[in-house]
Design a protein around this ligand. Structure first.
Ligand SMILES: [Zn+2]
Ligand SMILES: [Zn+2]
Length: 274
């Protein structure tokens, strides 16, 4: 499988010359299985707008496009009204959440409220696509049991989930918006055990983290600790702080590579094979 980053920024989208190489859009990932030409999307931050345009331009024929949500803070939801396939009446779109600790009573309402007329000119029910709102508990298999997804609850204000996605080609773990507030979270180590690729929140440096305890994010040093303890083969750090410009992220990446050589900081448009 391949994973492509459409948004790597945390908290709020940003623009400016000094942020262009890493990109200013907020969290959105596409997972692509080329053999069956199927995609799955994780989160609908502002990056999903470019992904939607790409899907339209490539003429992807996929009966249901699933979007799996880690949680619904703005930086993971804000791009949804601009997702072009959601305006195609022949397209089915699955809105998915997972995790037995989830306490969402009305998943659809999260989207219809975001798009009520005071906030946006088009309401959810008039977008066009056929939406399916689905809640799963623990581990689930998708696409005729070809893909297994295991959710894991994160320490995060309001709750958030990480996912381990496995198929015959490899294992990918995505953990963003999580904090290791009382030492490295054992559950996250277990989720990332021997993963081919771990994508982990690294919003802060260790120094910055000291001033932001309880804010729900990790420093890159925590991401490295998780990758090391879990024996993950490769690490990509994401959810970059909106104040961190390209030069600072280059510096953080170099520091990170000194202690975990097979690591990178995510850039918008980057695609890697798992
Ligand atoms: Zn976030
Ligand atoms: Zn969040």
């Amino acid at each position: 499988m391949k994973v492509k980053f459409y948004g790597v920024r945390g908290s709020i989208p940003i623009c400016g010359r000094e942020f262009q190489r890493y990109g200013g859009n907020t969290t959105c990932l596409r997972i692509h299985r080329e053999d069956v030409n199927r995609i799955v999307i994780i989160d609908a931050g502002t990056g999903i707008r470019n992904l939607g345009k790409e899907i339209v331009n490539m003429g992807l024929k996929q009966n249901v496009i699933n979007i799996l949500f880690s949680h619904f803070h703005w930086d993971h939801l804000q791009g949804f009204p601009f997702f072009a396939p959601a305006y195609n009446k022949n397209q089915r779109i699955g809105i998915l959440v997972m995790g037995k600790e989830r306490k969402i009573t009305n998943l659809k309402e999260i989207f219809s409220l975001q798009m009520q007329k005071e906030y946006f000119p088009v309401e959810l029910d008039t977008m066009g696509a056929q939406f399916e709102f689905l809640t799963y508990g623990d581990k689930e298999t998708f696409y005729g049991a070809h893909v297994t997804v295991t959710p894991q609850f994160h320490m995060f204000p309001g709750g958030s989930y990480g996912f381990r996605i496995e198929d015959t080609t490899g294992s990918l773990v995505v953990c963003t918006d999580l904090e290791h507030i009382n030492g490295i979270d054992e559950n996250i180590i277990n989720l990332a055990k021997n993963a081919d690729l771990l994508i982990h929140d690294g919003q802060y440096t260790a120094d910055e983290y000291k001033k932001h305890r309880g804010w729900g994010h990790s420093c890159w040093e925590h991401a490295v600790e998780v990758a090391t303890l879990a024996k993950a083969k490769r690490l990509i750090v994401t959810h970059h702080h909106p104040d961190h410009n390209d030069n600072f992220l280059d510096f953080m990446e170099k520091e990170c590579q000194k202690v975990f050589s097979n690591s990178l900081f995510a850039k918008e448009g980057m695609e890697v094979t798992v």
